[in-house]
Design a protein around this ligand. Structure first.
Ligand SMILES: [Ca+2]
Length: 419
């Protein structure tokens, strides 16, 4: 039976997990041996990115393989549930469950994986971790008093006293705006009392914020151990395409930012991206090709045997050409990322952008700030300036490069809307 040979799919997605928040990705103290196992037994993509680094738009991109410009989800929708005793909708039955969200989701995933079936399965396993709880107060402000980050009680004190060394680009706003004029107004509004209350509520940028996120990942990693066990015991492990990623990045003070996510700097758009599928990737494979979250849907469609006609609206690329034994065709050398200003954090209004990243450069066009076309834009040479601290826009000799990147960006923007 041909259908027997088709793989299963398991996509594991962590809310807000940034590119360096796994043991295998170099986190200084977080231990994630079971998640790391995906990379050790499969492939780790060191240049994986989101095209819109924000929860709902990017999840729509993951599911459709399309840019946000094309699928039309450009804002976050609905809420994100509670960490303790959450309301879950299971097969249409919505009710409150008792317990810690990550443990509950792990148990449901394992139950699903162990079910007997005669067809391959596809499980999109999206955790609430490491997102903090937040409640909107009556005056519209976000209240973290009874929320914030919450590890499972058994991990409450995990990593206490550990230190997370900051990246060199964790600099104060006053320094940031010298190189990034688009941020002037937002950084002024960010120190407003209402803004501070929100940021202080999740201990934005503190050692404790980073520690609590790491402690929340402990229950995710325990779940991954159970997932491995379930797949091994049911004989499905090697015939299951497992992919692990985040939905957007995060800032720990880099560029004067915290929970803003959303933005085109490396901390915002880069993702952990691990794939275990022995048919395609040998253990310990490391790849630096530019891969995107919009590549997931076309990869799944490809492996599932979808007809080309069914994939014509998909904008990402199947990862197949990067697999072992594949004839290496042309692969993308740049991509576009885009953000449409919304009001989740009031100081971010007007911060829409379209950006292009190549292996070497990044050009950010602030569509609502650079009203003359370029004034507030940013250009970085990622080779000489990996932390994106020196904006080269307007510097001598960069004119031809800017013209080239802007032309490529225009092409990518047109493609993103299907032109
Ligand atoms: Ca998110």
């Amino acid at each position: 039976m041909a259908s027997k040979r088709r793989p299963n799919f398991l996509i594991v997605l962590i809310d807000d997990l940034r590119f360096d928040e796994l043991g295998i990705c170099g986190h200084p103290y977080m231990k994630t041996p079971n998640i790391d196992r995906l990379g050790h037994e499969g492939a780790m993509f060191s240049a994986a990115f989101h095209t819109t680094p924000l929860c709902s738009p990017n999840r729509a991109s993951i599911l459709t393989g399309q840019y946000a410009s094309r699928h039309g989800i450009i804002d976050n929708v609905a809420g994100h549930g509670s960490i303790m005793n959450p309301v879950l909708n299971i097969d249409g039955e919505e009710r409150q469950h008792q317990g810690y969200i990550t443990d509950l989701l792990n148990a449901h995933a394992v139950e699903f994986l162990r079910k007997e079936r005669d067809k391959p399965f596809a499980l999109f396993f999206a955790h609430k971790a490491v997102h903090p709880d937040a409640y909107q107060a009556a005056d519209g402000t976000i209240d973290f008093k009874n929320g914030g980050y919450l590890p499972a009680p058994r991990h409450a004190d995990l990593y206490k006293g550990k230190h997370f060394p900051r990246r060199p680009n964790a600099v104060p706003a006053a320094e940031v705006v010298k190189q990034k004029p688009a941020w002037k107004e937002a950084h002024e509004l960010r120190v407003n009392e209402v803004s501070r209350k929100l940021l202080d509520g999740i201990q934005a940028g503190s050692e404790e914020e980073i520690r609590l996120r790491a402690a929340m990942m402990a229950s995710v990693d325990e779940g991954m151990a159970d997932v491995f066990k379930a797949l091994e015991e049911t004989g499905q492990l090697d015939n299951t395409f497992i992919l692990f990623l985040g939905d957007n990045g995060y800032f720990f003070g880099e560029h004067g930012l915290g929970p803003e996510r959303r933005f085109a700097y490396e901390e915002g758009i880069k993702s952990p991206f691990l794939v275990r599928y022995p048919t395609w990737f040998k253990p310990g494979t490391v790849k630096d090709d530019l891969v995107l979250a919009i590549d997931i849907a076309p990869t799944v469609l490809d492996l599932a045997g979808a007809k080309v006609a069914d994939t014509k609206h998909v904008q990402g690329l199947s990862l197949r050409p990067l697999a072992k034994g594949s004839k290496r065709g042309k692969w993308r050398t740049s991509f576009m990322c885009e953000y449409f200003s919304e009001n989740a954090m009031p100081w971010l209004i007007g911060m829409s952008y379209k950006a292009i990243r190549t292996a070497r450069h990044k050009y950010i066009h602030w569509t609502q700030k650079s009203l003359d076309g370029v004034a507030c834009d940013e250009l970085y040479d990622l080779k000489s300036d990996p932390y994106e601290m020196k904006n080269l826009l307007g510097k001598r000799g960069t004119g031809p490069l800017v013209a080239r990147l802007r032309k490529q960006l225009a092409t990518l923007v047109a493609q993103s809307v299907g032109l």
